[in-house]
Write a protein that binds this ligand. Sequence first.
Ligand code: HEC
Length: 126
Amino acid sequence: MQHKRAITFALCVCVAAIGVLPASAGTDAAQSPAASATSDDPTAKEGASLFNQYCSHCHGPWAEQGERPRDLRRLRIRYGDEAREMFSTTVTNGRLEKGMPVWKGVLSDEVLGKIYAFLETVQVED
Ligand code: HEC
């Protein structure tokens, strides 16, 4: 399992390098600030790993993503107190016309809750 994840992650970094992300975002992911930000909270840490497994090929490893509509570090700025609700709605229904898949029935509420806990640790101020 660990091995499989490592391969998945390597693939993501490759995709990042060929231009889905600015090349710099795909490098040194293991030393990302997000990695240290989540290191104290086991739920967020687990969420980071789940995020990197399921979401990172579109939203960037550790949620580092340069395209604003997909930058999940900006949920607090964009949605404020509604962020949690918007997250639930979006992952439940997807935004298929924009390329965001439906996750209901694929990932449990528990898994999605952990991913959200991780995202809370990487929100930016501006
Ligand atoms: C196949 C690509 C893809 C994958 C995989 C993916 N997403 Fe998305 N997601 C998108 C796109 C594209 C958007 C932007 C939609 C738009 O422009 O409104 C998006 C938008 C979102 C938004 C709303 C962002 C905002 O600011 O409005 C959330 C929340 C989100 N995704 C969560 C997730 C989570 C959690 C996962 C992993 C479980 C995930 N996504 C996996 C493509 C993806």
